[in-house]
Design a protein around this ligand. Structure first.
Ligand SMILES: Nc1ncnc2c1ncn2[C@@H]1O[C@H](COP(=O)(O)OP(=O)(O)OP(=O)(O)O)[C@@H](O)[C@H]1O
Length: 242
């Protein structure tokens, strides 16, 4: 696929097969197109005026860019977690119940079950179970980010997109999110933008290296970091530029 913002081409013939139930890290210097690619996966770019996309991106056999595709349904299946935790200004419970409610679930017992399972899935249940009515904004940054992951899980997606999910967090919260991502990959396919090479090495199974809109190299993380095929990948991962 290719993507342009007006005259500027941000993605050039990106051809990549994302593996299920694993973590794929998208790495590369600022402005190389990582976030643009990530956002394309659940059509978050559609909102930007002047965007032009060519080619296709297949999810369960269907082209994500097909104008007939139900975007709400796509985003239910392909959830997203942003760089800065962005809980809604409402209670912890309502943050999690929000998505399921918009999909028509009204039973209190069912919502209670979803809230509990989602918070457990995001490894934050024990910290909040006695305070579900408390405002989500009263949580720490790291807790807010796990809450946002729980919110994404509540609508039962199968893919989770994460755009630098730990860049606004302290080291302890970061390692919690990393541990969580490693646990979640048994059930979900995770695609994560990261600027942190160590993070990519620690938790990802596959790594894609982008440079100026091109996908330079893609493969198993260990191979990319130990024996990069391309000189530009090597220069980047050894910190020679970017
Ligand atoms: N909404 C937009 N309108 C116009 N150009 C954009 C827009 N978003 C991104 N771009 C351009 O597209 C290119 C790729 O940007 P993108 O944000 O995908 O890069 P990135 O690799 O994620 O960068 P960073 O690591 O800094 O987040 C850049 O040249 C950027 O200026």
């Amino acid at each position: 696929m290719c993507l342009w913002y007006g005259q500027v081409q941000a993605l050039k013939n990106i051809n990549i097969n994302i593996e299920e139930k694993s973590i794929t890290a998208l790495i590369g210097p600022s402005g190389c197109g990582k976030s643009t690619f990530l956002k394309s996966l659940n059509r978050m770019n559609d909102l930007v005026p002047g965007v032009k996309i060519t080619g296709d991106l297949r999810y369960r056999g269907e082209d994500i860019f097909d104008p007939k595709l139900n975007v709400n349904e796509l985003r239910r299946n392909i959830g997203m977690v942003f760089q800065k935790p962005n809980p809604f200004p409402m209670s912890i419970y309502d943050n999690i119940a929000y998505g399921p409610r918009t999909h028509g679930i009204t039973s209190r017992a069912k919502l209670d079950e979803i809230v509990e399972n989602s918070l457990k899935g995001a490894a934050i249940w024990n910290e909040v179970k006695d305070n579900l009515k408390k405002s989500a904004l009263s949580l720490s940054g790291g807790q807010q980010q796990r809450l946002c992951i729980a919110r994404a899980l509540a609508v039962e997606p199968d893919v989770l997109l994460m755009d630098e999910p730990t860049s606004a967090l302290d080291p302890i919260s970061t390692s919690k999110i990393e541990e969580l991502a490693s646990e979640l990959k048994s059930q979900y396919t995770i695609v994560m933008v990261t600027h942190n090479m160590q993070q990519a090495v620690r938790i990802s199974d596959y790594t894609a290296f982008f440079l100026l809109g091109d996908l330079i190299e893609y493969g198993e993380t260990q191979k990319i970091f130990e024996q990069p095929k391309d000189k530009r990948t090597e220069d980047y991962i050894t910190g020679r530029f970017g």
